[in-house]
Design a protein. Structure first.
Length: 558
């Protein structure tokens, strides 16, 4: 379980001063991708507190880690040698956590391109909120090995937030607590939660879900994070504290200068929080304090076997930090049927499925695949969106959300692209056809006197493969009785005598189109009238899909 945290206090002046210097350096560096909004005088974030967002903070203003990275000026002083980037655990981010940050950045680049979310911002927030999920203590799916919980938000030094989730996420049925590696309060997670690893579950304890949700949250209110004011407002929407803003910006700048991947569970663990308490971390052997007496020699522990890297590192980047090479997607292909069909308003028989492989032919998991509906159609994914981003599973496949056909018939395209690689798109042809019926039944022979109204209305039921066929287009036509030996496939002629319907102006009509069965597949025709002709007449009903039924109408004198 996460450590219990006491009442939140302001950070010490020393820590704040160091952070202010770091952010001043960040402002001086004009780091790429961040611009300042026009104003008479631009000031460092440590000098001006932006107006907090009116939205409730994502973390409920819970305490956060205040540890800072080594301060390395982006602009060396005159006549000084260029400083090297710091290396070691502080720069390393656990592999799965780093992957989650980058996957979230890729997803937002397609779904919210105007936001310009950098993964390093998620890294800064993840560092101060949970120390990157307690140093990367997550399972293979990215879920924390033990829950990470903030303090009880009962108003004692924090926000007072009564329980909103029945204790489902935080185990507290009285008050809410911030949950997971990105420290969402349950009420915010309910509206902002995302499924980042494609397992069909939105779990705040999963780093993929939490990172993607944090990305969407930061991009809210149409923010452009390349604009300094929007960037500040986004961070303050997480925790309405100037010190918090300063700390996150400092780590953001630090990670922009370079970072590297470390194995899960080996990340650097911060020790100070904004409540000034020292936090107990997952097992780490403390160093013994100095003593005049020689300390007993500990029993040697065999070193852990070295971790074999999956690929050799690339050449150092411009900042001088080696960046490990990761497998690249080289094969992107469709799986299963390439054509999909559905009746209007119905579900398609399958779902677009794509597979991603690397150069060795091995399936690649956790690759973001964007599915997009292209064309003149009102078909949408199950949540009403025209696009969806899905992460590949262990077998390298990504399955699009269920498609729900609209009312517009015709053909369109479902296109899939890999967000992280320049590979050709995969496309599926999708067709929406009109609802159909293959059987019409239920009508009986009707009788009327010349010049009178038929006592009953024609009522039939349409079915398709034995099930009711709602919303099926149909027509009703008074036809001439076919001559003996006539071709049964020939279109019958419209009768200009005998029974008729009335149009909106009360004039006789003997052919009705644009009819449609109701929600139960039932079709009830308007009232019919007889003219002065006597005899036997025929009414032909036809539906989309080819169902037909002929009803006999008799007009006899009293």
């Amino acid at each position: 379980m996460a450590p219990q945290m006491g009442r939140r206090l302001r950070k010490g002046a020393g820590t704040t001063a160091v952070a202010a210097l770091a952010v001043a350096a960040l402002s001086a560096s004009q780091a790429p991708g961040v611009v300042h909004a026009s104003s008479p005088t631009d000031q460092a974030a440590s000098d001006v507190t932006p107006t907090p967002t009116p939205d409730a903070p994502a973390s409920g203003n819970s305490p956060y880690y205040t540890d800072l990275p080594p301060l390395v000026s982006p602009i060396p002083p005159p006549n000084a040698s260029v400083g090297q980037l710091p290396t070691g655990d502080l720069q390393g981010i656990p592999a799965t956590v780093l992957d989650a940050y980058k996957k979230a950045e890729a997803a937002l680049a397609t779904d919210r391109p105007g936001c310009h979310l950098p993964w390093q911002l998620l890294g800064g927030i993840g560092k101060v909120e949970s120390g990157h999920a307690n140093g990367g203590r997550v399972d293979v799916n990215g879920t924390t090995l033990t829950p990470i919980l903030g303090p009880v938000l009962n108003g004692a030094g924090f926000a007072n937030i009564p329980d909103t989730d029945g204790g489902a996420y935080d185990g507290d049925k009285v008050h809410d607590r911030a949950v997971g590696p990105m420290q969402f309060i349950p009420s915010t997670w309910a509206s902002s939660g995302r499924d980042g690893n494609g397992d069909g579950v939105k779990d705040p304890n999963n780093v993929y879900d939490a990172a993607l949700a944090a990305g969407f949250y930061l991009c809210g209110n149409h923010r452009d994070l390349a604009v300094k004011d929007d960037l500040d407002q986004a961070i303050l929407s997480y925790n309405q504290s100037q010190e918090y803003l300063t700390t996150v910006l400092t780590w953001f700048d630090f990670y922009r200068r370079g970072t590297h991947e470390v194995p899960d569970g080996t990340g650097s663990l911060p020790g100070r929080r904004s409540d000034q308490s020292t936090v107990k971390q997952p097992p780490v052997t403390p160093q013994a304090p100095p003593s005049k007496k020689p300390a007993p020699k500990p029993t040697p522990t065999p070193p852990a076997p070295p971790v074999k890297p999956t690929v050799p590192p690339t050449k150092p980047d411009g900042g001088g930090t080696p960046t490990p090479t990761v497998p690249r997607a080289t094969t992107f292909e469709g799986v299963g049927a390439k054509e999909l069909t559905a009746f209007a308003g119905g579900a398609f028989g399958g779902q677009p499925t794509a597979r991603v492989k690397d150069a060795s032919g091995k399936a690649m998991a956790k690759v973001s695949v964007k599915f997009e509906i292209v064309g003149d159609t009102d078909t949408r994914f199950a949540d009403g969106a025209a696009t969806a981003t899905v992460a590949t599973t262990g077998d390298g496949t990504a399955v699009a959300p269920e498609l729900k056909a609209g009312e517009k018939t015709g053909t369109f395209t479902v296109r899939a692209t890999v967000a992280e690689a320049s590979l050709s798109a995969v496309e599926w042809k999708a067709t929406v056809v009109a609802r159909q019926a293959d059987v019409l039944a239920g009508a009986k022979e009707l009788t009327a006197a010349p010049g009178a109204e038929f006592a009953d209305q024609v009522s039939v039921k349409a079915t398709y493969k034995g099930a009711a066929a709602p919303g099926v287009a149909a027509s009703a036509t008074m036809i001439v009785t076919p001559a003996a030996g006539a071709d049964p496939k020939a279109a019958p002629k419209v009768n200009d005598k005998g029974p008729y319907f009335k149009d909106a102006k009360g004039k006789p009509v003997r052919e009705l189109t644009d009819l449609k069965t109701d929600a139960h597949g039932v079709l009830v025709l308007p009232k019919m009238y007889a003219d002065g002709q006597t005899g036997t007449f025929l009414l032909r009903l036809t539906t989309e899909g080819g169902a037909t039924l002929t009803v006999t109408l008799k007009v006899t004198a009293s």
